[in-house]
Design a protein around this ligand. Structure first.
Ligand code: B12
Ligand code: SF4
Length: 488
């Protein structure tokens, strides 16, 4: 018996080595010792139609129970549709199970797609294992929590699945990574890893808070160390990145992880997501322990320098705490990667100026060292199924995509280039655009590689020195130079 997974390409072109398809490895561990083989096709490697067709023809046979596909709301969905169409044309009876963030957010829409037989919403391990076991026994899927499925073309929505204990699941081990052709991946340099699920906060622009119903579950520090030690012994990576939404929720657990890394002499630099309200509450002993265990950097969503905006985002942090919190980390040589957003509904010039002030404050604190103080400025996107999306004046934002596939295209083609079509060209959004290009043009570690980047950097530098953000010529330039279009 075998389960086949497809990991859709995240962008049209991938630079190798790249990150491992973590979602699939976490699911694959559930099949260990269950007499179910796992095979993974990575769409980033198998890029042409012919290659993909050959891979599917080789991989699928009578013993294949189903095809599992994952996707975020981005280009991955476009590639997922390509793969599903291909598989359904070759093997119309092979059940396709769709999971991941995109399927969880748009579950009712995705299950209506002809190609999809089963949707797994939310945490996938046990739901998927149950689906696989029932399919292999040709039993009904009725009653499996967390799924939507088709019963003689009628759609059945089962009860939601609450977040489940991670300690009760099989450990993630290097065995799972051996399912991959390791020459394409970077696990011998950087290991991506997840030690908890959910989030107890409710920032209203984020789908995680809403999805987890304020629940958070962490794997025990003992199990985290057991898994990291196993992976490190095999791959000897230099860097570990915790992909947890919020890593520091349980301070005792983090202390246990730090002590474990030190005791086991696991010599790595690690990074994880934290929050300003957490950092400000930490004492020196804790921060020193983080540093001693290898903590190199903390990813922090500051989002805005304006308290007014932070309150509207329900962010639960104080703008005035940002610099004091960063000072605490700076004292022990811990760097940060901070995210900001601009272009929110109702955001004023003054709010945006406070955001620039907050960024400049951090830059000064870290002596303009972009290795220690990394900045990412995004343009605000009202992500579907978030509270902020529900609160929108949908007449003003009438150009937002209407369905899940359009959303995926929109995120890929527009958002990452700062080109939201819904954005009315009022002075605030143009102002926001030029601030967005500060990041593209100036706050980047990479030296400019092209003429376009050099121009962007020049404009960004002069904006920072003069404080003049009107007339976003860089935005218009970007639009002119941009080759991709939503119709590609
Ligand atoms: C790593 C990461 C990335 C990486 C890699 C993404 C990838 N495709 O793997 C990069 C940097 C590329 C990225 C980009 C983006 N990301 Co991101 N990213 C993450 C992060 C931090 C971890 C993802 C991960 O690997 N999780 C580990 C796995 C094990 O967990 P999981 O994905 O939840 O999988 C579980 C279930 O979903 C389910 N499941 C998943 N797949 C499948 C498949 C099957 C068949 C089944 C049955 C179950 C199942 O089971 C798994 C185990 O329980 C998450 C936050 C988080 N903690 O999840 C955000 C997150 C997924 N990203 C998010 C966003 C917004 C983005 C961007 C749109 C940001 C932007 N504006 O550019 C982009 C979009 C991509 C793009 N091309 O532009 C959002 C989700 C939005 C969405 N609806 O998809 C998240 C949740 C962050 C947040 N707080 O909002 N991201
Ligand atoms: S932005 Fe981060 S802290 Fe806020 S709800 Fe989302 S995952 Fe939680």
């Amino acid at each position: 018996m075998k389960v086949l997974f497809y990991y859709p390409a995240v962008t049209p072109r991938t630079d190798f080595p790249t990150w491992e398809p973590l979602q699939i490895l976490y699911l694959a561990r559930m099949m260990r010792d269950k007499d179910i083989d796992v095979e993974i096709i990575d769409g980033r490697i198998t890029s042409t139609h012919e290659e993909l067709k050959t891979r599917f023809l080789e991989a699928i046979d009578n013993s294949t129970i189903c095809l599992g596909i994952t996707s975020l709301t981005c280009y991955q969905m476009i590639d997922a549709v390509r793969a599903m169409n291909l598989v359904k044309s070759l093997f119309p009876n092979l059940p396709i199970v769709f999971g991941g963030w995109h399927a969880s957010i748009f579950s009712e829409e995705i299950i209506k797609m002809n190609q999809v037989d089963i949707v797994v919403a939310g945490q996938g391990e046990n739901s998927f294992l149950e689906v696989v076991q029932r399919l292999s026994l040709k039993e009904s899927l009725s009653g499996i929590k967390g799924i939507l499925w088709k019963s003689s073309s009628r759609i059945v929505k089962e009860k939601e699945r609450e977040l489940e204990s991670l300690d009760a699941m099989p450990n993630l081990l290097s065995d799972e990574f051996k399912l991959l052709d390791l020459k394409y991946y970077q696990c011998n340099k950087i290991m991506y890893y997840m030690s908890s699920v959910g989030c107890p906060y409710s920032c209203n622009y984020c789908c995680v808070g809403a999805d987890s119903k304020k629940k958070w579950i962490g794997l025990s520090s003992e199990n985290v160390i057991f898994e990291i030690e196993n992976l490190w012994n095999t791959f000897k990576f230099k860097e570990l990145i915790f992909w947890d939404n919020v890593f520091f929720i349980n301070k005792k657990r983090v202390e246990g992880i730090c002590h474990g890394l030190i005791q086991k002499k696991i010599d790595i630099a690690w990074s994880a997501h934290g929050r300003i309200n957490e950092v400000i509450s930490w004492d020196d002993t804790f921060i020193e322990l983080l540093r001693k265990s290898g903590c190199k950097s903390i990813f922090i969503g500051v989002e805005s320098g304006s308290q007014n905006i932070l309150d509207r985002l329900n962010k639960g942090i104080k703008a005035r705490d940002v610099i004091p919190a960063l000072k605490k980390l700076r004292k022990y040589g811990i760097g940060v990667a901070v995210n900001y957003m601009v272009g929110l509904p109702g955001e004023t010039h003054n709010d945006i100026k406070q955001t620039i002030g907050s960024i400049m404050g951090g830059l000064k604190l870290y002596g303009f060292d972009l290795n220690l103080f990394q900045v990412f400025i995004y343009k605000f996107v009202p992500f579907p199924k978030t509270e902020v999306y529900r609160q929108l004046d949908h007449l003003t934002y009438s150009d937002l995509p209407s369905d899940s596939t359009e959303w995926a295209k929109y995120i890929h083609y527009k958002v990452n280039d700062g080109m939201e079509p819904w954005e009315k060209e009022n002075s605030n959004s143009l102002f926001a655009s030029s601030v967005f290009f500060l990041w593209k043009g100036y706050l980047t570690k990479k030296p400019p590689e092209s003429f376009k980047q050099r121009v962007l950097m020049k404009i960004a530098r002069s904006r920072l020195s003069t404080g003049f953000y009107r007339f976003p010529i860089e935005w218009h330039l970007w639009k002119l130079l941009r080759k991709k279009s939503i119709n590609e």
